[in-house]
Design a protein around this ligand. Structure first.
Ligand code: 2E7
Ligand code: F3S
Length: 343
């Protein structure tokens, strides 16, 4: 784990587990989805801020939340990171880290005019989508970006080719959107969407615009896909699926939706174990647990401990894929760390 300072959990009054209505027959069980939690892009971004703090000293400014997780942001803040909404809140000439979700060229330009030292922690898989957008726009394509308005990743990607991109958020919008009258039409997407809903959106668009071309490779990233596949495996057997992740974490919120669509009787998202409501356990034999790509494992283990307090001591991991991808640190930071090591 890269973020190791635990946030103390609030003491909560718990019912005696024997007072919670027991499931009729059957043991209490936890199905722990894997893969879950940190992806390679989050690991890299969080380590980048930690290393920057160690190497340059506090404060280090970070534009937007480095990743969408309350615990990560609070912990890095305690270590000296200052999170700002825009680069104009960063003092002239100071150092700023761009978040894993990516930034538009306009943000890079503004940072340059303010002489900021930038460390770009944009996930390389988001950079890939940016490059796709630029390439298609240069070739004269109109681009449909499937994604959610207002999400930082979408703002960054749209900023690469604003005149060429139309945002389509969901199947409903796909039914009504007016796309430019052109032969050259392609879709790309945000990296953290529901795979199934995105395919539905694209199918509807293609019924209306049969010449719509596919992107050269998946934009929904490996981590998003793997976490959805794992929760799909757990959900049919689960009376309740608990997803650990923050409210503004797109991929975490998608996991709740996917769990419900694939047979979970109920599903709730929590930032911390202390938010779990004991009422959720009434009549529940099997609890599924997973976490979004921005969630440190320590928060999942807090949930597992709380479940044990309620009698859910039998934990089975349900693994659907192995992950071993590692991204190297942002090049600006690597260069400075290397220079310091050599001196
Ligand atoms: C960057 C990107 O920080 P997250 O919760 O972000 P989402 O996009 O799901 O709100 O998760 C990690 C992450 C995912 N995608 C970071 Cl582009
Ligand atoms: Fe990157 Fe996917 Fe994680 S886009 S930050 S690997 S969720």
């Amino acid at each position: 784990m890269t973020v190791t300072v635990p946030v103390p959990t609030m003491p909560r009054r718990r019912k005696d587990p024997s007072q919670i209505r027991q499931p009729a027959g059957g043991e209490k069980k936890v199905l722990l989805a894997a893969p879950r939690g940190y992806c390679a892009g989050v690991d890299r971004a969080v380590i980048a801020v930690e290393r920057a703090l160690e190497h340059y000293g506090a404060p280090v400014y970070v534009r937007k939340e480095i990743v969408h997780n309350r615990h990560v942001v609070d912990t890095l803040s305690e270590q000296g990171a200052i999170f700002v909404d825009e680069t104009d809140a960063v003092p002239e000439g100071a150092r700023v880290v761009f978040s894993a979700h990516g930034v538009s060229p306009a943000v890079h330009a503004e940072a340059a005019t303010r002489s900021l030292d930038t460390i770009d922690a944009t996930c390389p898989l988001v950079t890939k989508v940016h490059r796709e957008a630029v390439r298609f726009a240069k070739r004269g394509y109109s681009i449909v970006l499937v994604g959610h308005a207002g999400h930082e990743e979408v703002e960054g990607t749209m900023g690469e080719a604003p005149e060429a991109i139309t945002l389509v958020q969901d199947p409903q919008e796909a039914r009504t959107v007016d796309l430019p009258d052109t032969d050259k039409l392609v879709w790309i997407s945000q990296t953290t969407l529901s795979v199934d809903e995105t395919m539905e959106t694209v199918d509807i668009l293609r019924e209306r615009y049969p010449h719509l071309e596919n992107p050269p490779s998946d934009d929904i990233c490996y981590a998003t896909q793997n976490r959805q596949v794992a929760v799909k495996k757990v959900a049919p057997a689960a009376d309740l699926v608990i997803v650990v992740g923050s409210a503004n974490s797109s991929n975490s919120v998608r996991l709740v939706e996917v769990a419900l669509e694939h047979g979970a009787k109920a599903s709730h998202r929590v930032d911390f174990a202390r938010e779990i409501d004991e009422e959720w356990f009434h009549g529940v034999a099997t609890v599924g647990v997973t976490s979004g790509a921005s969630v440190p494992e320590v928060l999942v283990q807090d949930v597992i401990r709380l479940l044990a307090d309620y009698g859910y001591t039998d934990v089975e991991e349900v693994r659907t894929a192995e992950e071993d991808l590692i991204f190297s640190l942002p090049s600006e930071l690597r260069k400075d760390l290397k220079a310091a090591a050599g001196s």
